[in-house]
Ligand binder design. Sequence first.
Ligand SMILES: [Zn+2]
Ligand SMILES: [Zn+2]
Length: 332
Amino acid sequence: MTSTRARFQGNGEITFEQVTLGDVAEGEVRLRVDVCALCGSDKRLLHSGATVVPGHEIGGTVVGGALPAGTRGIVYIPVFCGTCVRCAAGRTNQCLHLSQLIGWQRDGGFAEHVDVPARCVLPVPDDIPLSVAVLGLDTVGTAAHALRLALRTQDTVDRLLVVGAGPLGLGVVAVARAMGIAVDAVDPNPARLETATALGATPAGDLSAENQYDVVVEVSGADAARATAQRVIRPGGTVVALGESNEPYTMPATPRWRRTDCYTVRSFYFPVDEMAANWDLLRVMGGPLRDLIVRPLTLPELPEAFARFVAGDHVKPCIVSADADVVSEVTR
Ligand SMILES: [Zn+2]
Ligand SMILES: [Zn+2]
């Protein structure tokens, strides 16, 4: 069996290679990749190059290995051990022996096929299309988990601010609205802000004053956005740091910040025991979110998909298999 996969050579260059697939390793599953979404973090690998096949927002169909053929699943990125105390408690994102991330330290989904540990395959309920299910990973899974953590710190949340309306920020908007929370959003890109508005957010007003929000979800990772979050949060409020960047996260040593009981919550990914609740969320908001942000392209079009992603034309380009139903689910 042969299969095509993408290689990131660095400096924005993508090449394709055809490989002959061997046997599936013990405890693993081979998936036909039906859909693999581009993530903002992949842009770093596009620049630096990668020793493995990138792509970590994967939905596919089992074609071999430790699960029944034909099973539809999405792929949980962190390879958790499944046996430590945190995994046993269902908190797989807190595994004490976290080793690899799929698409980062082992081959991911910009390919026709990918082999993953069977426990990383989250079966998709029959009533949820794969094009919606794949949003249950980085976009909705991460957003919902972060919001649940934030809500645990607060008695009431009257108003929440999302700083940065990229794919994850839009996921936070959609999930917060589905949870019944009023949401303001801010983004320097008018098109992104417009998408946030279509999902139910209100464009934020003047953010120069302090003490405006109960919860601020900072999704950009930029210094200025982090400073905004720390300024507009009210005493006792919660800043959720979701943005990914290599910049240090600075807590200002100002009297206001030191003396007002603010929470800072940092989160990266969701635990598998939240998946049932996330399917329920996706049944409500997944279709509309997909229709607003997902744009399907094929594997040979991956360079074009990244070009459009980087240019900001597409919020969430997805590489889809011509063999899968996913193509017909999404409008080009
Ligand atoms: Zn990602
Ligand atoms: Zn573990």
